[in-house]
Design a protein around this ligand. Structure first.
Ligand code: SAT
Ligand code: MN
Length: 516
């Protein structure tokens, strides 16, 4: 019912290539260990062979894979999440290269469960779990862990980002890519419905989870979504929070680990319709103190079911990105939005992302941990090398997108969210777009540029000036403590840590010192 980061390994010849951000095993040992578990595991079952394409089938940026599995559930999901079948097979014949994935649900015993990646061999072996991120190998295993490794040597980026197009009433569209950790609202932002106050605005979805970013010949950063469907969190999805998603999952949808009603309709917390009869494990639902649907229960649906699906999601050349946005789930500290001072400072902002853990991974929920670029569970190589790779883009283009950080999850002393979130997040996206178009000035602070008091439009929003001030405040003392903690974290990467990143860190520390 969730990813298992503690059982997920990156197996490179040299341990340092996987880095402190990954569990590591020597490739020979890893093969031996997992092959023993695979031995005979499919006896009596049906084996499926899935040729698939990540990215628009005719895109130069698309990459192929073949997954072998004994799970019909995996086949049905991969059919929605990827371009699967003969077109992919033809392209494999043409390209001559593909990622080899082997999966079996095994006996589902956690003691015999591993998700192993061999980036140097372009292969993946996964056994013992049938859950999305562990079993649909095109997704996190291929499109992030293996692809990020390939992207480094080939000069592009594979990121845990949604891609959204925001159209103003004049018809101009800006494309924005946002990296938030799992279960922090990427799907909701990607299919946001403009609030009533925003007549004439439209939002187009290109992707809700993964972006592959390439520099084009003009130096523009372009994004394609390698996926063809959405594997989204179900609980909390309703008419109000995400009407697009709610409508989208009324048909042709696979539900995983939800509860069911008396007439066998799927049910989840905050669906606001129906009553659960059976919980996500198929038991009679009586104990109302526990959720009926698993907090990480999911829907799988083809992107074509989405009313706000962008035509350009199929464009082989992708879309030009105006802004990159990092974010996390933080009760305090991080303001609603701020802008990095330049690209390298933006890389530091991304590297310093921290977030409260969610139900998307097995383990404790709600503790703050570092999740650089929302890639902690997904970067297929050493984060120090990854930041170096990010930094290198500044030398390659003068037209890079601006970098921002948002936090929708700031709370007051009583645990109440300060910002309404959901559709109203468009107001923050508008400020981001205004900044990209040089339409609005900003307040310079030690951590970056923040909106001036009136520059986030709060028309028709029930929010006080004091609350807005709290959302847009920078507490120097708290930020000094944060930067100490970021510095300590970066130091765990030792000598490999890029000097330019250390320098950016030192600049922020100095600015905070001056301000205190
Ligand atoms: O389970 S998945 O890894 O596919 C979803 C997520 O955690 O982002
Ligand atoms: Mn994700």
């Amino acid at each position: 019912m969730a990813r298992v980061e503690h059982l997920t390994f990156v197996c490179t010849d040299d341990k340092d290539d996987a880095g402190p951000n990954n569990n590591w095993m020597a490739p020979a040992d890893a093969h031996q260990k997992i092959d023993a578990l695979f031995d005979g595991c499919m006896r009596g079952r049906t084996m499926f062979v899935i040729p698939y394409c990540m990215g628009p089938i005719d895109s130069p940026y698309a990459r192929m894979g073949v997954e072998i599995t004994d799970s019909a559930y995996v086949v049905a999901n991969m059919r929605m999440m990827t371009r699967m079948g003969s077109a992919a097979l033809q392209r494999i014949e043409k390209d001559g290269i593909f990622v080899k994935g082997l999966h079996s649900t095994g006996d589902l015993d956690p003691e015999r469960r591993f998700i192993m990646h061999f980036p140097e061999e372009l292969s993946i072996k996964s056994i013992g779990s049938g859950y999305g991120g562990n079993a649909l190998l095109g997704k996190k295993c291929h499109a992030l862990r293996i692809a990020s490794y390939q992207a480094r040597s080939e000069g592009w980026l594979a990121e845990h980002m949604l891609i959204v197009g925001i159209e103003n009433p004049q018809g101009d569209v800006h494309y924005i890519a946002c990296a938030f950790p799992s279960a922090c609202g990427k799907t909701n932002l990607a299919m946001l419905i403009p609030p009533e106050s925003h007549a004439g605005w439209k939002v187009w979805t290109l992707g809700d989870d993964i972006a592959w970013l390439h520099l084009d010949d003009d130096g523009l950063l372009r994004a394609v979504n390698p996926e063809a469907g959405y594997f989204g969190v179900v609980p909390g999805t309703n008419e109000k929070t995400n009407k697009n998603a709610f409508d989208m999952i009324r048909s042709n949808t696979i539900y995983t680990n939800v509860a069911t009603t008396e007439d066998n309709e799927p049910w989840w917390e905050d669906k606001n319709v129906g009553t659960p009869k059976t919980d996500w494990q198929g038991r009679n639902y009586e104990d109302n103190s526990k959720p009926a649907a698993h907090p990480n229960s999911r829907f799988t649906v083809s992107a074509k079911n989405n009313a706000s699906y962008s035509e350009l999601a199929e464009a082989p050349e992708g879309v030009p990105i105006s802004a990159l946005v990092f974010g996390g789930r933080r009760k305090e500290l991080a303001p609603l939005v701020y802008e990095a001072k330049n690209w390298s400072h933006g890389v530091l902002v991304g590297a310093g992302v921290a977030s409260e853990t969610t139900a998307a991974n097995v383990g404790e929920v709600g503790i703050v941990r570092r999740d650089p670029m929302a890639m902690k569970p997904f970067c297929g190589y050493n984060f120090a090398d990854y930041w170096d790779h990010w930094l290198s883009f500044a030398q390659r283009s003068s037209k890079l997108p601006r970098i921002f950080h948002v936090n929708w999850f700031r709370q007051d002393k009583n645990g109440k969210f300060l910002w309404p979130g959901f559709g109203e997040n468009l107001r923050v996206m508008r400020w981001i777009i205004d900044r990209c178009e040089n339409q609005v000035s900003a307040r310079e602070t030690p951590i970056g540029f923040l909106p001036n008091a009136d520059d986030i439009d709060t028309t028709d929003l029930d929010i006080s000036a004091d609350t807005m001030a709290a959302l847009l405040s920078v507490n120097v003392e708290q930020w000094q403590a944060e930067m100490t903690s970021v510095g300590e974290y970066l130091d765990t990467y030792g000598d490999r840590l890029p000097a330019a990143l250390k320098k950016e860190h030192a600049i922020v520390v100095e600015n905070l010192q001056k301000a205190s």
